[in-house]
Design a binder for this molecule. Structure first.
Ligand SMILES: *Cc1c(COP(=O)(O)O)cnc(C)c1O
Length: 218
């Protein structure tokens, strides 16, 4: 087995184990492999191993890879901050935008399913709406006809991830009072996906545990 195949298999096993501990089926959990900074060839290699869901966090790189790999049946997940003047272009290739976080993105993202990104830190530069703003933003999105599917969050550095994910799960309960179908929960990365599964994650965003270390950013 290649290193890539064995890392992928190890993560799949880790997901199975955590799902079993949570009394959940791994089949209800989508693993998005985050391939940022890696060449398009890595996406091809992962596709050959059965991966179909890929995540990117920078528009230019994502757009270029989506074009280069247009011959493959892939679903692109956009997980980075969406610049207002690029939002329409992101919507053109992304099957799910995990980082919807403000009202001005409602119109340009219309027609594309989105998750509301919640910012669990005190740093507004991280992207995401403050937890107390989730329901108001959801209402505005629904009023504007946006297809809201759920929430996305990153566990803050230095915090206990399981507690952070439990908080997201509570916010999800509130969101579903406004948007009953918005039950998706995108949370959990290479270092904390087992905790995320225990708290109900439906989408994991896993990079390095599968891809290996990212090449230096150029
Ligand atoms: C890079 C990235 C990930 C994956 O991180 P790893 O620690 O490599 O698994 C997940 N989510 C977002 C938003 C990212 O930018």
């Amino acid at each position: 087995m290649s290193d890539l195949a064995s890392r992928l298999a190890a993560v799949h096993q880790g997901i199975e184990d955590a799902a079993a501990r949570a009394g959940r089926s791994a089949a209800e959990i989508t693993t998005v492999v985050v391939t940022k900074f890696h060449p398009a060839q890595l996406v091809r290699d992962l596709h050959a191993l059965g991966v179909r869901d890929f995540g990117e966090n920078r528009h230019q790189e994502a757009q270029a890879k989506a074009a280069e790999l247009a011959d493959l049946d892939l679903l692109w997940h956009f997980v980075g901050q969406v610049q207002s003047n690029k939002a329409r272009q992101v919507a053109a290739y992304a099957g799910l935008v995990h980082s919807f976080d403000r009202e001005s993105l409602v119109a340009p993202l219309a027609g594309t399913p989105v998750l509301i990104q919640v910012n669990l830190t005190d740093d507004p530069g991280r992207g995401g709406v403050r937890p107390e703003g989730v329901e108001r933003l959801a209402q505005a999105a629904l009023d504007g006809g946006l297809d809201v599917r759920g929430l996305m969050a990153v566990a803050p550095l230095g915090a206990e991830p399981r507690a952070a994910f439990a908080r997201v799960r509570e916010l999800s309960d509130g969101l579903r009072r406004v948007a009953p179908d918005a039950g998706a929960l995108s949370m959990g990365m290479s270092g904390d996906y087992a905790d995320a599964i225990l708290e109900g994650a439906t989408h994991l965003r896993i990079g390095t545990a599968i891809t290996g270390n990212r090449p230096p950013q150029g």
